[in-house]
Design a protein around this ligand. Structure first.
Ligand SMILES: [Zn+2]
Length: 363
């Protein structure tokens, strides 16, 4: 089957190999500057006393190291509901980091006068890890500095693996979608995982929004699973999230909301793994979501971007960056409201919602 999606992936693969070969020669890079997004993280925490900076780890590469930072905003009581935002697990998808950072910056401006927001941030926790793959960002690579694709590296195997490379491969770190060693996850992931499991096991409910940008013309919101085609146990909560958003923002036709396997199944999906880990030890509500921005939306408008690999995943024109940032703030605010209103904790028509979810997504 050679559909649009496969065509996109073939182009992706070709570009990946070309640019990665080029980049190998430059890996003795002079890191006189931190990636811009990491500077923004530091600025946000320096300028706002409400933003706590937590250093999860230092990621070493050659003779340099880059920090893995989390930002902690809002309530300090770990049992309160929590929204987690993560970005740049794939280093070339920096737009995700920038959406998160612009959102926090806007919150910090609003909190100076908006009493409702001040109250909201005493009732929920907001945690961000804007740059999960600092070396990927610095080197302008999808993978990390070891060539490992951090979304294929978790110890979860697809039950019906696609033969395509993009399902995750163990052939070579020179090819994309390299799994690395799933039994010994990369440092970025072990630190992110441990930190977030601590959070999700204490918080009454946690929603994670992991921001990516890829091929396609639609913005998609994916929920587990990526490694098999069965529904998650809390499918009614995902259905409710989807339905309330559609109901509340009827003119906002942006997201295709679906389980990730509708697009493809993969090995090593980090959020599948995090989901399984969480529910092994906790019954608290936990809903990881992946926002996959359809980058063709901006590539179509600026075909010159096809000439540069990293720009394929990141809009280059300032007005387009602003538009992408603005477009998703509704969703981020919505997720905070869902948590604050304890919507997921008070479902009384679980069977009915499950039924509808199964009809919609698992016919
Ligand atoms: Zn991605």
């Amino acid at each position: 089957m050679f559909n649009n999606e496969s065509a996109h992936r073939l182009i992706h693969l070709t570009l990946y190999i070309q640019t990665d070969t080029l980049k190998q020669e430059h890996t003795g890079l002079t890191m006189s500057h931190l990636p811009r997004e990491i500077e923004h993280i530091l600025n946000l925490s320096n300028k706002n006393e409400q933003v706590d900076l937590i250093e999860l780890a230092h990621i070493q590469h050659e003779n340099h190291s880059l920090p893995l930072y989390a930002l902690n905003i809002g309530a300090k009581d770990p049992t309160l509901p929590c929204l987690v935002l993560t970005g740049s697990i794939h280093g070339v998808e920096r737009i995700g980091s920038q959406i998160i950072l612009a959102f926090i910056k806007s919150l910090m401006r609003r909190i100076q006068w908006d009493k409702e927001l001040q109250r909201l941030l005493t009732r929920i926790q907001l945690i961000a890890i804007p740059v999960v793959n600092p070396w990927g960002v610095a080197l302008k690579k999808r993978a990390n500095h070891n060539g490992v694709d951090l979304m294929r590296n978790a110890p979860v195997n697809a039950t019906n693996p696609a033969m395509q490379l993009y399902a995750g491969q163990t052939i070579s770190s020179k090819l994309p979608w390299f799994r690395g060693n799933p039994d010994n996850m990369e440092k970025e992931l072990t630190h992110t995982s441990n930190y977030l499991l601590n959070v999700s096991r204490s918080a009454s409910s946690t929603i994670v929004l992991d921001l990516h940008s890829g091929f396609g013309t639609k913005d998609r919101l994916w929920f587990p699973f990526a490694h098999h085609k069965k529904p998650p146990d809390n499918i009614e909560q995902y259905y409710l999230l989807y339905r309330l958003f559609r109901m509340s923002y009827p003119h906002y036709e942006l997201y295709q909301f679906e389980p990730q396997w509708h697009q493809y199944t993969t090995h090593g999906d980090f959020w599948d793994w995090q989901y399984l880990q969480h529910f092994e030890q906790s019954s608290h509500h936990f809903l990881p979501l992946t926002l996959e921005l359809g980058s063709w939306l901006w590539v179509k408008k600026n075909p010159m971007q096809l000439l540069s690999f990293s720009q394929l995943f990141h809009p280059t024109k300032p007005h387009r960056i602003k538009r992408v940032q603005r477009r998703h703030s509704t969703l981020l605010n919505y997720l905070m409201q869902v948590l604050d209103n304890r919507i997921l904790e008070t479902i009384d028509n679980k069977e009915q919602l499950t039924d509808k979810a199964l009809k919609l997504w698992y016919p």
